[in-house]
Design a protein around this ligand. Structure first.
Ligand SMILES: Nc1nc2c(c(=O)[nH]1)N[C@H]1C(S)=C(S)[C@@H](COP(=O)(O)OP(=O)(O)OC[C@H]3O[C@@H](n4cnc5c(N)ncnc54)[C@H](O)[C@@H]3O)O[C@H]1N2
Ligand code: MOO
Length: 400
């Protein structure tokens, strides 16, 4: 089977993805969720003409002559309005956020007044008509379009939704990603491994990438290389998962059972084996409504494929925008010519005063997590790229 080019992998994986259905969540739990439907104001804010300052509600023309005393008729505080109307020659003590009394057209700030005893003030400076008054609806009015569908609910959006009196919000359901690690050699961190065993590490990194893209993770732990056991876990996972991610068992060895087991369960294979390094044995298919992404077991292949493919898949299902952070950088060391597979080379970037540079790591074996953890980017080497010298420009994808 020919290896599928990376650009086609994106098309086949993402081409027909629709965002998941909506669900209602309490406002307090809506942080970092994606709004499913546009949000309108359910009230007008401020609901009345309100004072923007501590001072006195007056008629502007009464302040034209600074020596005219104004009689204080009462107080309007936030939450407790002054019930009454002021006439010429009168003022009401007013505090920030309080309703402006009828008859007043201006708020004179406290600093521009002088008190004469308990009952009177004079303006020390004339006030312009309408000063320090927030008109009703200054922020928004009932029925105004406030937030569009697809908006990520961040701090500003959440407080606006609250101010508009929405106690709950309709958000896109989080994609549920089931992760199934396969392999007789794997034991969980903290176990005592047998002589031929290693610690299962991939799930943790893959889960972190998926979660960052908006997923809820269903971790199915480690399953032995056994057809029945893998089939049983897949059958359980497909009940709830939008995406099943399998780890390992994707290649051509006698114990690489994932694809045959999934096909026996009815998976329609879309593609298997892609023109990429690391990540060649990547597999993608559909099991009913559930998408299945079979990641190669080599830890670096699992994580690089998750950055490249799982993150945008999860983001799109969850209604989020996902744009890979791709930049141009100057190579500090030479690179060999490339073969037919698009290469993603672990590297370290440095922002210098005048340019971004990138240094590839010498060893690129796809089992080496130590280099992956140190890498902040991957150099993208297109198929058949000629050898590159230090000083040449290359594309890099940031991974942290
Ligand atoms: N004859 C060929 N052999 C291999 C090919 C090939 O094309 N022809 N491809 C190689 C490539 S590329 C990769 S990548 C691996 C992928 O193989 P599998 O997906 O079948 O993965 P496994 O054989 O199960 O495991 C490979 C390696 O990774 C370790 N592993 C697996 N799962 C985990 C995990 N959850 N946490 C940590 N480490 C894990 C496993 O122990 C193996 O060492 O195949 C090449 N072979
Ligand atoms: O995916 Mo494999 O890691 O190309 O070595």
């Amino acid at each position: 089977m020919a290896l599928l080019p990376v650009s086609e992998v994106f098309d086949r994986l993402l081409g027909d993805v629709e965002k998941l259905p909506a669900e209602d969540v309490p406002l307090a739990e809506a942080d970092n969720r994606v709004l499913a439907t546009a949000l309108n104001g359910r009230r007008t804010q401020p609901p009345f003409d309100a004072s923007a300052m501590d001072g006195y509600a007056v008629r502007a023309q009464d302040t034209d002559d600074p020596n005219t005393p104004l009689e204080i008729m009462g107080e309007s505080a936030a939450g407790h309005r002054f019930n009454g109307r002021i006439e010429t020659g009168q003022a009401v003590r007013i505090l920030t956020g309080a309703p402006v009394p009828e008859g007043a057209d201006t708020v004179l700030i406290q600093e521009n007044t002088r008190r004469l005893g308990d009952r009177e003030i004079v303006a020390t400076e004339p006030a312009a008509l309408g000063r320090n008054i927030r008109k009703a609806g200054l922020d928004f009015a009932e029925g105004d379009a406030l937030l569009p569908a697809g908006r990520l609910l961040d701090a500003g959006a959440l407080s606006l939704a609250a101010a508009a009196n929405h106690p709950s919000l309709s958000v896109v359901r989080r994609p549920r990603v089931a992760i199934i690690a396969t392999g007789d050699e794997l034991v969980l961190p903290g176990s005592v491994p047998g002589p031929d065993q290693i610690i299962a590490s991939n799930s943790y990194g893959v889960a972190a990438i998926a979660r960052k893209a908006g997923a809820t993770i269903l971790d199915f732990g480690v399953v032995a290389d056994d057809r029945e056991k893998i089939a049983a876990v897949v059958a359980e996972a497909r009940q709830t998962a939008d995406v099943i991610v399998t780890l390992g068992g994707a290649s051509v060895g006698d114990h690489d059972l994932v694809r045959p087991v999934l096909e026996a369960q009815g998976m329609r294979l879309d593609f298997w084996k892609i023109a990429m390094r690391p990540g060649k044995p990547l597999m993608f298919g559909r099991l009913g409504e559930t998408r299945v992404l079979g990641l190669p077991g080599n830890p670096v292949a699992s994580l690089v494929c998750s950055h490249l493919f799982l993150a945008p898949l999860v983001a799109k299902l969850g209604g989020r925008k996902h744009v890979a952070d791709i930049r141009n950088a100057i190579l500090t060391a030479p690179l060999r010519e490339n073969d037919q597979r698009q290469d993603y080379i672990r590297a370290s970037s440095e922002q210098r005063p005048d340019q971004l540079t990138v240094t590839p790591f010498g060893l690129q074996d796809s089992s080496m997590l130590n280099t992956l953890a140190r890498a902040d980017c991957l150099i993208i080497r297109p198929p058949f790229a000629p050898a590159a010298d230090g000083g040449e420009l290359v594309q890099i994808m940031m991974i942290r």
